[in-house]
Structure formats: C-alpha cells, structure tokens
Write a protein that binds this ligand. Structure first.
Ligand code: DX5
Ligand code: ZN
Length: 214
C-alpha cells in the first residue's frame, strides 16, 4: 500500500507558510495537514478556511482539514469551498458520525474520522466501511510537539485488520524513530509537525521521512 507524508503546518512559522508548504511538497510530501481548532473541542484556537485559500496556490497537494472542533459539520462547506478535498472530523465531536460521513461524500469530499487516544476502535466500527481515511491520534489533540502514545498502535493494527484497503493516518509525535513503528502497525499516512518545523534543513528532513515512508 502506498505511504504518504502529511506535514502539519501547526508548528511552522505562520509568516512564512507558503514557502514552507512549497518546500515540503517539492521534496515529496503529497498532503498538507491543516489542524483546525476552535478553543472548545480543544483549548487552543488556530485558523479558519481563509488559511486554505491563502495556502492552496503555494503547492499542488491534497489539502486535508483535521477538524478538532465542536459541531464539525458547520465547517464542511467553508473548508471544501476553500480547497480541502479531504475533511476529517472527530468521532468524539458528534453523535451523528454516520450522517456526517454521508454528507461529506455527497459533497464529493473524501471523508475521514478521527479517534483520540482514549477512544476505542469499537466506537467507529459501524462506519469503518464508509470512510476514505481513519485518523488515529497518537497524541491528545490540541498541541504540536507532544510525545508519541505507543498504545494507539494496537488500534491502528485492529483497523488495518478490519479494513485492509483504507488509508490509516497517525497524527502526533511522528518522527524518524516512531514513523517506522507506526508503519509496521499498519499506518500508511504520517502527519509530522514539529519534527519538520524545527528542522535545520527542511528539504533534507522531508526527504528523510519520505524515504522512511517507503
Ligand atoms: C495535534 C494535531 C497534530 C500535531 C502534530 O492536535 O492534530 O497534527 O500538529 O504535531 P507533532 O508532529 O508536533 O506532534
Ligand atoms: Zn492533526
């Protein structure tokens, strides 16, 4: 199964994002991971759909919105209109995950569901056959630069068993050391934020992770 590097812009210098995105994509990343936070679902607040509009022309990639927000369906239209072709909401943010996935698919957008470290796979099992991607949080959402939560890899392996074909994305604490572990557990999309944001040479750090993605 193809592997993909999905840099998160959360920890990057916001005044220089377009250049960073261009470097990441020209060195092998094919997804730009946008961490949208509303200060409710998680304490921090980040950015809205206007960021996608501003970033989109920087590079040709999949722009995916990771909605760490309450009432995620309110953001579906704006982020899709801004250029996100993949929208991932949290199972913990709604009682209507089935309907929200139907909504995204009816919009022609790839539908993703995310689970926090404390949420079991059983919570999303009824909709696993509907989604295009499953996001397994390997940190508690809200901040970059946190430590990898290894226990999430058991859930990754379980999801891979149920859906051999689905994209499984891991998000949080991914670096050259933890990426191979997550890949071995069955993940094939890797969100990397702070490891890349603090790289002395962003191009080389990106190429190293792309190589590890295999
Ligand atoms: C955390 C976000 C992650 C985070 C990853 O809530 O969903 O995407 O930015 O950052 P690192 O790679 O620094 O853990
Ligand atoms: Zn994220």
């Amino acid at each position: 199964m193809n592997c993909h590097l999905a840099p998160s812009i959360l920890s990057f210098d916001l005044t220089n994002l377009r250049e960073s995105v261009s470097t990441l994509v020209s060195n092998g990343a094919d997804i730009v991971h946008l961490d949208v936070m509303d200060g409710q679902f998680v304490p921090p607040i980040t950015f809205g759909d206007s960021y996608v509009k501003a970033l989109k022309s920087a590079a040709n990639a999949v722009y995916e919105a990771h909605l760490m927000v309450e009432t995620p369906e309110r953001q579906f239209e704006p982020f899709a209109a801004a250029g996100c072709t993949r929208i991932i909401f949290h199972a913990e943010a709604t009682i209507h995950s089935h309907r929200l996935i139907q909504t995204l698919k009816s919009m022609g957008v790839e539908a993703g569901i995310a689970i926090n470290p404390g949420t079991p796979v059983e919570a999303i099992e009824p909709v696993l056959d509907m989604v295009d991607i499953v996001l397994v949080m390997t940190v508690n959402p809200g901040w970059g630069g946190q430590s990898f939560i290894r226990s999430a890899l058991k859930k990754t392996a379980r999801i891979r068993e149920i859906r051999p074909d689905v994209l499984i994305e891991v998000d949080g604490g991914i670096d050259p050391k933890t990426l191979p572990e997550a890949r071995a557990a069955g993940a094939n999309v890797f969100v990397v934020g702070s490891h890349l944001a603090r790289a002395v040479n962003l191009a080389e750090a990106t190429q190293e992770l792309v190589r590890l993605c295999g």
